[in-house]
Write a protein that binds this ligand. Structure first.
Ligand code: IPM
Ligand code: MG
Length: 371
């Protein structure tokens, strides 16, 4: 029986309480399938600053390096200690650093609106009809997030003093190629359609993105490829979300559009994600996190929806360990909890008389029991 070594980095805000539920569900998986899952927890984010003076403590990074996969909660509390410089705050010093450090260039965010949750969708029924089922493939280690120069400097113009901030959007051909391959391969086991998002009418990056994606697409003759400007894509998502299968995006466009897509699927609390690097041997090192953030307003109140964290654990079993049955068992358990009417506040609709309101731990328990 192989042993899976997982680093669990719960982080801040609702991170610890949703992580607790994901670990509960993994323990249920361990009982049912013949796998041994070793979960080791370590502080990150403000929890890392509190414990060891750094958003990504050395011991936490070392644990990640010696693990097979990272299950991550969320980091960043915008209201905490403004004296900590932006480069040392959790978003940049922990989350972005981990993405870069492990070369996690491919971020997959599956968005599904199950029929039972259609009341939680902000669109009118004729817009989503048979349900929303799309995958945002977001490039995660390039673009505006990481391009250099990146700085704020004093600047003077005609005797006037200003501050000037610069971020740089930069992509190379190989960076676009590798993420395009991820999108086309993902489309093969889905509805065989890739919509590549860019701003080729204005940005140099957009022109290169479109050219490179088009030429990679020639290697996948069975996949339909179309291109869409990002502003139009934002609009199309609310007008006709069912047209999308795989949405291929650069880093920042993917950040924005994945939040928008998640809201269509009822709640950000339902959106898991997988961030993958290169594959070595049979295993792909991966980082799995809910896309929703720390939600400080509801943290510690047993209100948060743990489903995104739990589904992230399912993605981990699938992508890093090839345990598709175990991943499917978790996804099926989530589906069962929802179809049995269990709802956290974010997905609770007053119109649904069948709904049973539960807290974070209640939802975790129901899902663990359904595995
Ligand atoms: C996400 C988040 C992060 C991002 C933040 C917390 C830095 O919004 O994973 O989508 O912008 O990538
Ligand atoms: Mg985001």
């Amino acid at each position: 029986m192989s042993k899976l070594k997982i680093a669990a980095l719960a982080g801040d805000g609702i991170g610890p309480e949703v992580m607790r539920e994901a670990i509960k569900v993994l323990q249920a998986v361990e009982k049912k399938f013949s796998v041994q899952i070793e979960v080791q927890e370590a502080p990150v984010g403000w929890a890392g600053i509190d414990a060891a003076g750094k958003a990504l403590p050395d011991a936490t990074l070392a644990l990640c390096k010696s693990s097979d996969a990272i299950l991550f909660g969320s980091v960043g509390l915008p209201d905490r200690d403004p004296t900590i410089p932006k480069e040392e705050r959790p978003e940049r010093a922990a989350l972005l650093r981990l993405r870069k450090e492990f070369g996690l260039f491919a971020n997959l965010r599956p968005v599904r609106l199950p029929p039972e949750l259609s009341d939680a969708c902000p669109l009118s029924r004729e817009r989503y009809r048979d349900g929303i089922d799309l995958l945002v493939v977001r490039e995660l280690t390039g673009g505006l997030y990481f391009g250099q120069p990146k700085k704020t400097e004093k600047f003077s113009d005609g005797g006037q003093q200003y501050l000037r901030a610069t971020d740089t959007m930069v992509y190379t051909t190989p960076e676009i190629e590798r993420i395009a391959h991820v999108a086309f391969k993902a489309a093969k086991s889905r509805r065989k359609k890739v919509t590549s998002i860019d701003k080729a009418n204005v940005l140099e990056n957009g022109v290169l993105w479109r050219d490179v994606v088009t030429s990679v697409g020639k290697q996948y003759p069975d996949i339909a490829l179309d291109h869409m400007f990002v502003d139009n894509a934002a609009m199309q998502l609310v007008l006709r979300p069912t047209q999308f299968d795989v949405m291929l995006c650069e880093n920042m466009f993917g950040d924005i559009l994945s939040d928008e897509a998640a809201a269509l699927a009822g709640s950000l609390g339902m959106l898991p994600s997988a961030s993958l690097g290169a594959t070595s041997g049979k295993r792909t090192f991966g980082f799995y996190e809910p896309a929703g953030g720390t939600a400080p307003d509801i943290a510690g109140k047993n209100l948060a929806n743990p489903i995104a964290q739990i589904l992230s654990a399912a993605l981990m079993l699938r992508y890093s360990f090839g345990l598709n049955d175990a991943g499917a068992a978790i996804e099926g358990a989530v589906g069962k909890a929802i179809s049995s009417g269990y709802r956290t506040g974010d997905i609770l609709s007053p119109a649904d008389s069948n709904a049973k309101r539960v807290g974070t731990s209640g939802m975790g328990e129901v899902i663990a029991a359904c595995v």
